[in-house]
Write a protein that binds this ligand. Structure first.
Ligand code: 6MZ
Length: 345
């Protein structure tokens, strides 16, 4: 599968559905709870931001931005998940001012919440605080919150901690999340994301766990690659997460904890297929969780590189095999309902 192709797995499944099946998915009340802001900027918005950037920065990093944009426009085949993180420097270059962040945040939230019917009724958008030459990390996060709060109760923010951060930064940003929560802003949780093969989770886990004291929830990207060993996974589970992202390669011991504690799992079908952590839809770990009647939430992850939508992710559940999993309408409706119950509101 080609990253950025119009005919991703979800697109093919969507087109295999009848009109009434498509209407059924469109009208189903849904929550999106695993979407990264800078991974979900609509392509048109990114192109506009790149134009502004190149007009103001004709020399600095212009080549890198142009190359990155070209990759995102035409699509690329990832060999492995670590290639994926190389897409972000170009995106970050063009979202480095408060004005650009405001535009990007508004476009992302509109892409999920506008339209009739909208892709979802409610979104928990996540983003990593980031300082640039033009703003502090706090300014970045405040800018996103200001935009998000104009969507009045239909959107909430999750602060992402990147596994590549220094421990000092992890402490600073976890405290920032607590401060915003205390101030009554629309933040509901903290996430751990970033290159799954970086960071020492022994050091991260206690700091992440402390968000509960401030009334925040915790979600963690966990066991996203086969290289994430059991020690890493069990350390993260010790932080008492309220949801998990991916959970693709749980060992039997880790899976037993997840099942026993009924920790909802955020499932990103297209993302896993295109990043090649799962080889076919039929092999996807969602089928294992469903067979245990374990709560899952269907999500998009990064709609910019993956060119997917929440409608298409649900089409992957409903369409007949091999394009989809061939679940019944009643089962798909139940999954959407469980997703609405698993939010951090
Ligand atoms: C882990 C991911 C990810 O935070 O700048 N991100 N982390 N696994 C994934 N699976 C494919 N997809 C995205 O959004 C971009 C950041 O989200 C994380 C990466 O750290 C990326 O830099 P924000 O808004």
């Amino acid at each position: 599968a080609v990253l950025g192709a119009e005919d991703g797995p979800g697109g093919l499944a969507w087109r295999a559905l009848s009109n009434s099946q498509q209407d059924f998915i469109k009208c189903l009340p849904k929550a999106e709870v695993h979407a990264h802001l800078n991974g979900c900027i609509p392509l048109k918005c990114l192109q506009d931001l790149a134009k502004d950037y190149l007009a103001n920065n004709p020399t600095t990093a212009a080549d890198e931005v142009q190359r990155g944009l070209a990759v995102l426009e035409t699509g690329v085949v990832l060999t492995e998940i670590s290639d994926f993180f190389g897409l972000f420097p170009a995106i970050y270059a063009v979202t480095s001012t408060p004005t650009a962040v405001k535009k990007a945040a508004h476009a992302v939230l509109s892409s999920f919440l506008s339209g009739s019917p909208a892709q979802c009724q409610y979104i928990e958008l996540r983003t990593t605080p980031r300082k640039t030459p033009h703003m502090t990390a706090r300014e970045y996060f405040t800018t996103v919150l200001d935009v998000l709060e104009t969507f009045q109760g239909r959107a909430a923010l999750i602060l992402s901690i990147d596994r590549r951060m220094s421990i000092e930064d992890v402490k600073t940003y976890v405290q920032m999340a607590k401060d915003f929560k205390q101030a009554g802003r629309a933040i509901v949780g903290v996430d751990l994301c970033g290159d799954p093969l970086t960071g020492d989770m022994k050091e991260f886990a206690p700091i992440l766990s402390s968000v509960h004291d401030a009334g925040l929830k915790l979600t963690l990207h966990i066991a996203e690659t086969p290289q994430n060993d059991e020690e890493d996974t069990l350390m993260l589970l010790s932080a008492r997460p309220d949801r998990l992202g991916h959970a693709t390669f749980l060992t039997p011991a880790a899976q037993a904890i997840v099942l026993r504690n009924q920790i909802p799992v955020e499932i990103c079908l297209t993302s896993n297929l295109l990043c090649k952590t799962v080889s076919t839809l039929q092999d996807h770990h969602v089928t294992n969780f469903l067979s245990h009647k374990h709560p899952v939430v269907i999500c998009t992850d990064d709609t910019l590189p993956f060119r997917n939508s929440l409608f298409e992710e649900y089409a992957l559940l409903l369409a007949a095999p091999p394009l989809g999993l061939g679940l019944s309408g009643a089962e798909v409706e139940r999954i959407a309902h469980v997703g609405m119950q698993a939010t951090f509101r």
